[in-house]
Ligand binder design. Structure first.
Ligand code: SPQ
Length: 428
């Protein structure tokens, strides 16, 4: 796909539903008793994989664009899938689903695409095995394909070495089916959509800073869910609005859960003209409208407990940093190495192709600003949606047009991304 510089970005867009919340709405709706309705569901490839997997376990799910209805009959009604549960590119689907499958009394086999086959699974299969799960796979359960023979589980007190909502959620979902209480403690608090949505489905949890506990044997009751816009998708347009001259963009209904708003803190620290217009709440998830204008930006240092609050935004923050005065340092972000791609390597290699001065470090990167990005060549998403969208935004500021290979990867989380970018763009 060939993309070229734009003169300005102006107008208003509705950011599609949050990916993390959309996955959970289908999973918890499938475990609940009763009819769950979901509005503003994200019909991206990852969330459609989740729907497909639960249909294979006998759950009736109707999906019409961003409207979904799940006819739940309770967790005990899930049935043995007759074929492989294919999660596509979705780490959230496989890791959360493993927590559910671990306690179901049937056999299942789970796998995904080439990227999933490289992503570490022991971070989830190990604690699940400690609870009594029977899971096998390549390298002793580290890599897909994985097989799960459901068994009876017992609660554990798990101290996770990394802040990860996928680990926390998998253990809690197994804990829901386990005897006794299960507690997960993290080094820093990760996104808490599982906790908020389980509460909306009537499950009791107790939380204490970086720990959360659940007692097994609780039933989920169907709920009506409105999914706020995904702040990780909005982040691309927040960055674009701040970097492209003569711009002013309104982003409607963006999720503002404090475990996800690190990008807002970073933009404000960089000096961006960013305003939060209004805010509301749905199923305990806050959201609001954001307004961003062209801004002069300064470098920042990012590390510590803000990292889980913006982990998926680091590719776009790296691009932003090329347009900021000074040197931006991102540290404590080694988790980037085990995402859809090694996002330290792919961000550095693709931004260098555009002419950026950027260095990888063991746990992050250093970006030198302020630079003119020349562009003019071919870059690739490497099959990673967030790299594809970062490059899409980069093309709006490069001097020469750029060719983006594997741009289709964006369908995982934001199928209408280029449509929205074109709608806002004034070409020179
Ligand atoms: O689902 P997947 O493929 O893992 O997606 C990513 C993304 O960029 O969209 C990660 F690559 O988001 C994760 C996120 O990084 C989604 C997620 C969740 O919904 O629970 C949690 C984060 O991952 P982790 O490993 O910190 O739990």
């Amino acid at each position: 796909m060939k993309r070229e510089k734009v003169r300005a970005l102006n107008g208003e867009i509705h950011i599609p539903g949050d990916k993390s919340i959309s996955h959970r709405s289908v999973m918890f709706g499938a475990l609940a008793k009763g009819t769950t309705t979901v509005k503003n569901f994200l019909p991206g490839a990852d969330c459609l994989s989740t729907i497909d997997c639960f249909r294979k376990m006998g759950v009736q799910i109707e999906q019409n664009g961003s409207d979904v209805v799940i006819y739940g009959k309770g967790i005990d009604s899930l049935s043995e899938p007759a074929s492989l549960l294919d999660v596509g590119n979705s780490g959230t689907t496989i890791r959360l689903m493993l927590g559910i499958l671990a306690g179901r009394p049937f056999y299942s086999a789970v796998a995904g695409d080439e990227s999933i086959a490289k992503r570490p699974m022991k971070r989830v299969t190990e604690p699940l095995k400690q609870m009594g799960a029977k899971i096998d796979g390549r390298a002793g359960g580290e890599f897909t394909p994985l097989s799960v023979s459901g068994s009876s589980l017992k609660g554990i007190d798990y101290v996770s070495p990394v802040a990860s909502a996928q680990i926390k959620s998998a253990v809690l979902l197994a804990g829901l089916q386990a005897e006794g209480t299960t507690t997960v403690t993290e080094p820093h608090k990760s996104r808490d959509h599982t906790e908020r949505m389980l509460s909306a489905f009537g499950v009791e949890l107790s939380e204490d800073q970086t720990s959360v506990s659940i007692t097994g044997g609780q039933d989920l009751t169907a709920a009506d869910i409105f999914v706020p816009g995904d702040i990780s998708s909005a982040a691309f347009f927040l960055a674009a609005g701040a970097m492209v001259p003569n711009s002013s963009i309104v982003l409607k209904n963006v999720g503002l859960n404090p475990t996800r708003t690190g990008i807002i803190d970073v933009l404000q620290n960089m000096g961006a003209k960013l305003e939060i217009k209004s805010s509301a709440d749905s199923n305990a998830e806050p959201y609001g409208d954001l307004v961003i204008e062209t801004s002069s930006l300064k470098a920042v240092e990012i590390g510590g407990d803000i990292i889980p609050r913006l982990i998926d935004e680091i590719p776009i923050i790296a691009l932003l940093a090329t347009q900021a005065e000074g040197t931006t340092v991102i540290k404590d972000a080694a988790e980037l190495k085990v995402k859809e791609t090694n996002r330290i390597d792919t961000v550095v290699s693709e931004l260098r192709k555009l002419g950026a001065e950027i260095e990888p470090t063991e746990d992050g990167m250093k970006i030198y600003g302020k630079q003119t990005l020349k562009g003019g060549g071919t870059v690739s998403s490497h099959g990673d949606h967030r790299i594809g969208m970062m490059l899409g935004i980069a093309s709006s500021i490069t001097v020469e047009p750029i060719e983006i290979e594997q741009a289709d990867a964006i369908h995982v989380s934001y199928p209408t991304f280029f449509e929205h970018l074109n709608k806002l763009s004034k070409k020179s």
